[in-house]
Design a binder for this molecule. Structure first.
Ligand SMILES: Cc1cc2nc3c(=O)[nH]c(=O)nc-3n(C[C@H](O)[C@H](O)[C@H](O)COP(=O)(O)O)c2cc1C
Length: 440
């Protein structure tokens, strides 16, 4: 398996965030190359690359770009830098370490798609990263790269950084557009999809930060080279953010089809406690949990789907066998209840019910049948809402109850938490590791 670093090659270098450093390493060379290419040729390379969205759903990027209606202008690009899914912490590091790589990806994408205005929608809690983007943008404008006449070419591009106000729902693409338009972040009904009717009613492409940061490499090396880093319909590498109970948490850039067990046991050194892995959330808190004996799987989008879960946003949360799964699920359900926008009844009403029932079980007040009731609630939320927050809230409940029923039953039978009240793990450290990952 290839060890090529597409995204992190420059991380850790002194002043890697500056234009001077980026240019010294050949930065903006891909944009220069792209500007000499026919625009459809760039889209074709991205299609060939098998780049799939890194924001969660893994949708084919090149294909999404082809959904833009041919004859409607203006078109917009929205860059999703909301990164609010618990356990996910990669986009912020791309922005901190190599903001020009993202800007170059944005510029190439806009040129390829004939877009003259792009918005970077960044999570409200990222003031440092928003400032880093503003600074990089100022440098790029000053150098004549972004702004009037893209690198001297007769093509204008303006890029705005827009800070959110700390709402998870605004990472959902249609809520993001509502928020950008100055409205409450309520998701829109789809179809129509944003590529057809998006921001201000105009065709809009929405891509995640990591997705677009790959574009310069694809243009420089060709789509086929990117595809070859991955497998099947998924090209390239991706950033896996590993948190929880592991010896070496952090971001790992690996081929898209890297093995989850290898990542945890070899790259991350196994559990920090030395105890067996009990559970792994493989792609951000909404992805169905895997038992410790199920982690020998490829992280590739389709392969992991066959294992009943998803690699989502690449946020891997590891728990050892001292962790109380009811307590973890309580924390997860609390998050989704807090972040439901309230537009759809099943989600608005159901997520707090799941939270309170989970808490009741956690503290030993559950009664027989409560675990199944929890499952029943989840089954009436997922698939019944306008956006996928309903699915995001119900998938953890469904999988935790199914895979760790014993934890739930023991709480109910013993009228207490068998792991000790408030238990996250064997030590304060592992407790913090798990909860820290959830907060990231
Ligand atoms: C509730 C919810 C929250 C989301 N949050 C994010 C997010 O923070 N960042 C992100 O890139 N995508 C997020 N998404 C996915 C976006 O809706 C969209 O699919 C993504 O930005 C598309 O980009 P990609 O194709 O490059 O992955 C979220 C989706 C849902 C349903």
């Amino acid at each position: 398996m290839s060890d090529v670093k597409v995204l992190t090659a420059r991380w850790g270098k002194k002043d890697s965030h500056t234009l001077a450093s980026y240019k010294a390493d050949g930065g903006y060379g891909a944009l220069e190359k792209a500007l000499s290419m026919p625009q459809p040729g760039i889209v074709e390379e991205v299609k060939i690359s098998n780049l799939r969205g890194r924001g969660g759903a893994g949708f084919a990027t090149g294909l999404k770009w082809t959904f833009l209606p041919k004859d409607i202008r203006p078109r917009y690009l929205c860059v999703n830098a909301d990164e609010s899914e618990p356990g996910t912490f990669k986009d912020r590091y791309i922005i901190e370490n190599d903001p020009h790589m993202l800007l170059e990806g944005i510029a190439i994408t806009c040129y390829a798609l004939d877009i003259h205005l792009a918005y970077i929608y960044i999570r409200g809690e990222f003031p440092k990263q928003a400032a880093a983007l503003e600074q990089a943008l100022a440098e790029a404008r000053e150098a004549g790269i972004i702004g009037k006449k893209l690198m001297g070419k007769d093509f204008d591009l303006e890029v705005h950084v827009h800070r959110g106000a700390g709402a998870y729902i605004c990472g959902e693409e249609s809520a993001l557009m509502e928020s950008l338009e100055g409205k409450k972040g309520y998701p829109r009904l789809k179809p129509p999809f944003p590529a057809v009717v998006g921001l201000w009613g105009k065709p809009t492409i929405i891509n995640n930060v990591e997705t677009l940061a790959n574009v310069p490499w694809i243009v420089k090396h060709g789509g086929a080279a990117f595809a070859a880093l991955g497998t099947g319909k998924s090209g390239g590498t991706r950033l896996f953010g590993v948190s929880g109970n592991v010896k070496r948490p952090g971001i790992y850039e690996k081929p898209v089809h890297y093995n989850l067990k290898k990542l945890i046991m070899e790259d991350c050194g196994g559990t920090a406690s030395g105890r067996p892995v009990k559970a792994v959330i493989p792609g951000g808190s909404s992805s169905p949990v895997l038992r410790g004996d199920e982690i020998d799987v490829s992280l590739e989008f389709d392969a992991i789907k066959a294992a009943g879960t998803m690699s989502g946003s690449g946020g891997v949360i590891v728990m050892d066998d001292s962790v109380c799964m009811v307590r973890v699920l309580s924390r997860v359900t609390k998050f989704y209840a807090e972040e439901s926008c309230g537009q759809c009844t099943p989600c608005r009403e159901g997520t707090p019910w799941m939270e309170s029932l989970c808490e009741k079980i956690e503290h030993g007040h559950g009664v027989p049948g409560d675990a199944d009731k929890l499952l029943d609630m989840a089954n009436h939320i997922g698939g019944f809402t306008i956006c996928a927050l309903g699915d995001a809230a119900s998938m953890p409940v469904q999988s935790f109850v199914k895979k760790f029923k014993d934890d739930f039953e023991r709480h109910i039978a013993e009228h207490r938490c068998p792991f000790g009240e408030g238990a996250w793990g064997v030590s304060q450290d592992s407790r913090e590791a798990v909860i820290g990952g959830m907060r990231a």
